[in-house]
Write a protein that binds this ligand. Structure first.
Ligand SMILES: Cc1ncc(COP(=O)(O)O)c(C=O)c1O
Length: 317
């Protein structure tokens, strides 16, 4: 592979990076419930998910602070949207990107990361996510070229939503939000958006959505679920700073059905966590009344879930 050469910190950013953030807030009306909810279209970010924001912020900060050198290699353990986003943003900035992931990670994700130019390092599925983190730490200890963004601990993960996603929502709602509903993977979005909204609207109800099968905030043991990208089997450190007022459990079946409905009735090609967010938002909107402004997130695009239950067998008529 040819050695990439990073863009100088003073050079203008590649145009694709200007497409990150400032996503529309869509109003989705559900006539049978006489409720409208407001959904931030994060799937429109250029690599297809809300994690483009994080990748751009973390890498820009590391470049500004001199933590990324011309020979640096960006290394993160993630099989999901963060890997795809780091692969895209890191590559266009001219860095080598290596993504550590379980060999069970879906083939679509592997293809997307590889397509954006990242190198993939697979580890045995039976050794779990913690193993991947350990491997990345060992690699970084042996080779000083490695730069680890560490999305689960990095305070910029939440801060970016305090600085950008939250204020965008406030502008798009004329500063009136009655509830914010979201699941948690790292907890960065829930943490940052909640803090920004609470500062502007003290009465806003903060709702944490989690899979019924892995309702750890409700004290239950985690089990298998089909809402990919959230509830990874442990409570992430960033969730501790969230002022949670209400928890909503959504089953995988409910999430899958709503995600399919979002495609068929609203034309929205989004992933299963988006469907789960909408299910939970509708429950909150039902309780708060028809005039309540309930805001949620459509986190990512559907195409990365072809091999999952979201896309069953396609039978010809
Ligand atoms: C599909 C999907 N939904 C939701 C989330 C949750 O975002 P956060 O990590 O900010 O909690 C993620 C995180 O990767 C995700 O991939």
């Amino acid at each position: 592979m040819t050695s990439p050469s990073p863009l100088p910190v003073t050079a203008p950013l590649p145009p694709v990076l200007a497409l990150i953030g400032n996503t529309p807030l869509l109003s989705l009306h559900f006539p049978e419930l006489q409720r409208t909810i407001y959904a931030k279209a994060e799937f429109l970010n250029p690599s297809g998910s809300i994690k483009d924001r994080l990748a751009l912020t973390l890498l820009s900060d590391a470049r500004a602070r001199g933590l990324l050198r011309p020979d640096s290699i960006i290394l993160e353990c993630t099989s999901g949207n963060t890997g795809i986003a780091l692969a895209m943003v890191g590559s266009v900035l001219g860095y080598r990107v290596q993504i550590l992931m379980s060999e069970k990670a879906s083939v679509e994700r592997r293809h997307l990361m590889h397509h954006f130019g990242a190198e993939l390092i697979l580890f045995k599925a039976d050794r779990g996510y913690v193993t991947g983190i350990e491997i990345s730490e060992e690699m970084a200890a042996r080779d000083s070229r490695y730069f680890l963004p560490r999305q689960f601990e990095n305070p910029l993960n939440a801060q970016d939503h305090v600085d950008h996603t939250g204020p965008e929502i406030l502008r798009q709602t004329d500063g009136r939000v009655d509830a914010f509903v979201n699941g948690y993977g790292t907890g960065g979005t829930l943490n940052g958006v909640s803090r920004a909204l609470r500062a502007a609207c003290p009465g806003v109800c903060i709702v944490a959505m989690e899979p019924s099968e892995a309702a750890m905030l409700s004290g239950e043991a985690p089990c298998c679920h089909s809402i990919e990208g959230i509830a990874g089997g442990f409570l992430p450190p960033l969730i501790r700073g969230v002022p949670i007022d209400r928890r909503e459990k959504v089953s995988s079946e409910e999430a899958l059905a709503m995600t399919q409905r979002l495609a068929r009735e609203f034309g929205l090609l989004v992933g299963t966590s988006s469907g789960a967010n909408v299910v939970a938002s509708l429950r909150v909107a039902r309780d708060l009344g028809p005039d309540a402004r309930v805001v949620t997130i459509l986190c990512d695009r559907a195409e990365r879930y072809y091999s999952t239950r979201l896309f069953g067998d396609v039978k010809p008529h």
